[in-house]
Design a protein around this ligand. Structure first.
Ligand code: PLP
Length: 368
């Protein structure tokens, strides 16, 4: 087996699908700010969200996120609560007006939840569903039968449980609303291709608690003039995400992650590293002579969630147990796919993937 240097603070290689591993340097900064933030005499957790110090934190977080994703001017950036799951309801509540319908593309579990929430509010057309193939691929969006006049088209960029990703921005002339929770900041995106992008923080951005919403000016215009205040994008936009107390700590840590990404080459650099990490694991799957089977079709293989099965449940259990012995943890797959899932978000190190690949080869040799 490859020898890997001991990890700082005796940390494990944490393949958790979310909340997930964060950069150690960010955690160290959090530790240092925890008791006395920049000489303010108070913890970063104890600052009023109306204080100068906190204003600077949230404004820098927004500015850095705009830099990272090259968000076009005019687009709003919001930091909300309730997770991506609340967005399933909030976006339909705002953009699926009475008498209208919206199109949904279902490539996995989260898209299914999104359409279920929308169907409680209005007409949600399922124009694609990969269920018959147990969600192992994404369609070519341009080939789908879009509903004329649909309010929007909803997609899930990367399906976290199945490990399938479109791997490209949509090239459509309809408003696309995208759940980017498990791939945002893992590669550059052409934000101008989307009417709205939303993502929970706890996969690539920071601890759970804040949900980023990026809204085009045209889409915000379509929001109703008045709705339940906490579900009203206009109110959150007009108040700079401070209509009520924002998830201060989660936004603060995400802000540190944004700075960390900028300092490390931005999203193009992340993409190169993430592709190398994912390739290491897919090579281990493909090179195992059929011992491991990848769940996703090769053209839609996620760079963030690598899903694969072993020949039997007994072998899967043995694999997970032995992996833990090498500090390779949180590898159990979701029951709908079975087998294993290695989630390798931005902060997961390449050396962890290399160790995993070696372990996989060794395990297959002994058990194949
Ligand atoms: C994790 C995840 C969600 C759910 O996020 P919550 O913050 O728990 O609501 C939704 N969509 C995708 C793609 C996810 O990965």
């Amino acid at each position: 087996m490859v020898t890997v240097a001991p990890q700082p603070y005796d940390r494990v290689f944490n393949f958790s699908a979310g909340p997930c591993t964060l950069p150690v340097s960010v955690l160290e900064q959090v530790r240092d700010d925890l008791l006395n933030y920049k000489g303010s005499g108070a913890s970063v957790m104890e600052l009023s969200h109306r204080s100068k110090a906190y204003e600077q934190i949230i404004q820098e977080a927004e500015a850095d996120l705009r830099t990272l994703l090259a968000i076009p001017e005019g687009y709003k950036v919001l930091f909300l609560q309730g997770g991506a799951s609340l967005q399933f309801t909030m976006l339909a509540n705002s953009f699926l007006a009475a008498g209208q319908s919206a199109d949904y593309v279902i490539t996995g579990t989260w898209g299914k939840k999104a359409i279920e929430a929308a169907a409680l509010i209005g007409t949600a057309n399922k124009i694609f569903d990969a269920k018959a193939d147990n969600y192992n691929h994404c369609p070519d969006l341009a080939s789908l039968p879009l509903t004329p006049g649909a309010a929007y088209l909803h997609t899930t960029a990367n399906e976290t449980i199945q490990g399938v990703d479109f791997l490209a921005d949509p090239q459509l002339n309809v408003p696309v609303i995208c759940d980017a929770s498990s791939m945002i900041l893992s590669r550059p995106m052409d934000v101008s291709r989307y009417a709205m992008i939303y993502a929970g923080a706890q996969k690539n951005m920071g601890p759970a608690g804040n949900t980023v919403v990026i809204l085009s000016p045209e889409q915000l215009e379509k929001a109703p003039a008045s709705t339940h205040p906490m579900l009203d994008y206009r109110i959150h936009a007009e108040n700079g995400s401070m209509y009520n107390t924002p998830p201060c700590f989660s936004i603060y840590v995400a802000g540190l992650v944004y700075k960390h990404l900028i300092a490390n080459g931005g999203l193009a650099a992340m993409q190169a590293t993430n592709e190398a990490k994912a390739q290491t694991l897919y090579d281990a799957i493909d090179g195992s002579g059929g011992f491991y089977k990848g769940h996703a079709k090769p053209e839609n293989r996620s760079r963030m969630n690598v899903t694969f099965t072993l020949p039997s449940d007994d072998l899967t259990a043995a694999f997970l147990k032995e992996a833990k012995g090498h500090k390779l943890e949180e590898l159990k797959g979701h029951r709908s796919v079975g087998g294993c899932r290695a989630s390798i978000y931005n902060a997961f190190p390449l050396e962890g993937c290399q160790l995993m690949a070696e372990f996989m080869a060794d395990f297959a040799k002994r058990n194949g």
